[in-house]
Design a protein around this ligand. Structure first.
Ligand SMILES: Nc1ncnc2c1ncn2[C@@H]1O[C@H](COP(=O)(O)OP(=O)(O)OP(=O)(O)O)[C@@H](O)[C@H]1O
Ligand SMILES: [Mg+2]
Length: 229
């Protein structure tokens, strides 16, 4: 039998913030493999280390110990300088508070990571427009973030996370401030679009209902990860 391809792998990952009285052991020996085209949910109480885990998986931060493989490349061996490139080429990140650029239109926001990767403007415009359409925002492309609803901003953030065709999309509380029905719809759409593009999704959320629409569920508590489904 063929071994399944791992697009992302955390091996014995630990993270300690600070020192002395303010020292926090945020993650302890976390092991997690994400395979091609799967959808994974990570749940856990506030402060359990979910954002820390996602930031390390997304090459936004290095662990204190352990190893992180993105597409078989050990990113803990890379210099900080190389990490942005790894992020751009392999990972889509959806932040809890969207982090959209307020002076740019929805369309431009979606294009930014592709332009930063040095791709040509015209082609980037076309790809961004297609993604915006897939997320049902065709008629909002020229709107700025403040002119969009929370759910629409969230969909712009999703489109942006997909523009460089990442193998894995990491979503931190993507249902964030949305009411649970709309939140569920947005996440289902996220999953569908990522699947159409042949990628994997890791979602961090408090929302129990999402457990029904994902392949595997993990529970994080006090920085320790265990599998639930
Ligand atoms: N930059 C930091 N410096 C020091 N401690 C931190 C830092 N970031 C997070 N922590 C601590 O690490 C632990 C895990 O934080 P993290 O943000 O990963 O939790 P979380 O599960 O995402 O919580 P929430 O559900 O509230 O978003 C918490 O105890 C937090 O106080
Ligand atoms: Mg968090």
């Amino acid at each position: 039998m063929n071994k399944m391809t791992e697009v992302l792998k955390l091996e014995q990952v630990s993270k300690v913030y600070g020192k002395g009285h303010t020292k926090v052991q945020a993650l302890t020996n976390v092991n997690l493999s994400i395979y091609a085209k799967e959808v994974v949910l990570i749940m856990g109480p506030s402060g359990s280390g979910k954002t820390t885990l996602l930031s390390i998986a997304g090459a936004l931060m290095k662990p204190t110990s352990g190893r992180v493989f993105v597409d078989e490349l050990d990113i803990t061996k890379l210099s900080e300088r190389r990490l942005p490139q790894v992020r751009r080429e392999h990972i889509g990140f959806i932040f809890q508070h969207f982090n959209l650029l307020s002076n740019l239109s929805a369309w431009e926001n979606v294009m930014v990571p592709r332009l930063l990767a040095g791709e040509e403007r015209k082609e980037s415009e076309e790809i961004a427009l297609k993604l915006i359409g897939e997320l049902g925002l065709g008629r909002r492309k020229l709107h700025k973030p403040f002119q969009l609803s929370g759910g629409e901003q969230q969909r712009v953030a999703i489109a942006r996370s997909l523009i460089n065709n990442p193998k894995v999309v990491l979503a931190d509380e993507p249902t964030g401030n949305l009411d649970s029905k709309i939140g569920q719809k947005v996440v289902e759409r996220l999953i569908r679009v990522v699947e159409d593009h042949g990628g994997s999704v890791v979602i961090v959320s408090h929302d129990e209902k999402l457990a029904d629409v994902v392949d595997r569920v993990f529970w994080l508590e006090d920085g320790k990860l265990s599998q639930r489904k």
